[in-house]
Ligand binder design. Sequence first.
Ligand code: IVH
Length: 675
Amino acid sequence: MPIIPEETVQRYQRLKDDLNQHNHAYYVLDDPSIPDSEYDRLMRELQAIEQDFPSLLTPDSPSQRVGGVALDSFSQVVHTVPMLSLDNAFSDTEMVDFDRRIKDRINLDSSQQMIYACEPKLDGAAVSVLYKAGLLERAATRGDGSVGEDITANVRTIKSIPLRLQGENIPDILEVRGEIYMPKDGFNRLNQKAKQAGEKAFVNPRNAAAGSLRQLDSKITATRPLEMCAYSVGQFEGGDKPNSHFQMLQMLGQLGFKINQHIKQVEGIDDCEDYYQHLASIRDQLDYDIDGIVYKVNDFRLQERLGFVAKAPRWAIARKFPAQEEMTRLLDVEFQVGRTGAVTPVARLEPVFVGGVTVGNATLHNADEINRLGVCIGDTVIVRRAGDVIPQIVKAVLDKRPEGAQPIIFPERCPVCQSAVKRAEGEAVARCTGGLFCGAQTKEAIKHYASRKAMDIDGLGDKLVDALVDNDLIYSVADLYDLNLEGLVNLERMAQKSAENLLQSIEVSKQTTLPKFLYSLGIREVGEATAQTLANNFGTLDAVIAASIDQLLEIDDVGPIVARHIVDFFNNPDNLPIVEAIVAAGVQWKDIDQSADSLPLKGQTWVLTGTMETMSRAEAKDRLQEFGAKVAGSVSAKTHAVVAGPGAGSKLKKAQALEIQVLSEQSLIEFLATL
Ligand code: IVH
């Protein structure tokens, strides 16, 4: 065996400690301490030492998180302290009953309040991680609560789980329990990759987390974006055990575990209810799925007195949120035609209460999605509605397929105008080729033109547009400016006053900005940001109309597809006369000064994250864009600056890792005032 120089041994130990600490800062505290490049450099140095002197290598080395040899099967693990489950409560009344039962059992009089620890109920997979003398020894699934499976190799790859405990007060034996989950953005990225590769996507983050943990090949688990949040302990020997659950969680935090940021100690059932309402209101903004709140009697002595019933403790309860996934039946599929002719299959469902509302329709996206799901009309399906996102069908329950279930056939002709439906090569979307001849496309184009972020014509809602087109009062957006009182009052349910108001709003909306006007034209792939970039770069409508593909491609963020759509739009003989008629009707804006002084942020990309407290996010975006900046949704090496408000998470973390300047909202306001 080669003799290892003492400096190398010391350097190796130092590198291990430093890397473990940087890892903790990055994955547990969400607060990177060094740039990624420096982390990589230290890791390479550590690996080089391990290569030269393999005898130095220990299981707590940060290099050991990449996974190892695949297993044939998982071995069984007996839980010394059983892993219990929780009773559920589905209403406030059930919560009041829970509180009363506890008070009765410990003879608390009704005026006294119980102290509870409140935590989000994370939607992932329960895990037990055992440490001996501070070193991760074994990790196991919950299984049936008494016997689980040994998933140590997989758990080692999860960076928010310490391989060695930190700090002073380290028990001889410590079994930490918690939830392993997949954050939403990691889940979306994983599924996107799976879809691109033609592989099966995961139904939801919980299945993805559980599936990733049950990989026999830990190298696969290592590629999955998993995290662990600690929420209790099992075995605890040879150390100072705290007196309460809340203190225990603080201790776990000090030992290096990730603890949920929203845990809170409250007094009494009313505060539990407030906590529930608050978490329900921010649920959609969290980076991870939660399916309820867990309330636990805080004091360990009281927990002991209360004990257990069957497989659940008397001292804890899970208050569930309304489910975000439910089963229902797919009754039919209709095909809707959008502004750009995109034909979208819409599922008509047997109404079902999911995510807090009754859902009767869900999107099926496109033909590929229908094939991927393998769904038929008549099938029982799982519908998911999370937050404000359009309800989705995530799965067909194949073993409930009835006899006579009908395959979904994508139409070859437009259901509105009967023109051919075509799908361009490489595109997922099929489109009606009818253009403005298609009533559906005309209506959608007008609705988009009138919408708030476009020309903002107050009072011109979807139903009115449908009525105007169906009654032959308008055929294109330009016709809006020829509307008169007489024609309008003849429409069913249109009162004189409403008609006057509409004409007035159309008049007011004529004062606009060039970016809004470009956006309102509904050119394919030209969203608000691209419209702003076009306006900033060309300054006038005429210059945009005259721009060649090459000139368009010179602009950052305009790729060949958008450039082609822009040129095609203005070359289409139907479109220019409409644009000219709109301008002739008096729609106007201020052209954009192209001098460097007026656009001091030209070429810069900014990112806004977290909550803005003084101005709204839209306002901050508008102001930055007015000075020529591009406002993007994600941080990359090209980002010039990030404005971070309270609640900023992964974007802020990334900006810090990339050493990009970060401003508070206040500094942004001060900075804009200097321009
Ligand atoms: S405490 C005896 N706390 O919910 C107490 N569980 O139905 C046992 N879960 O299997 C669990 N978040 O996987 C607890 N903050 C939290 C939790 C939580 C999620 C899961 C856990 C458990 C299931 C119980």
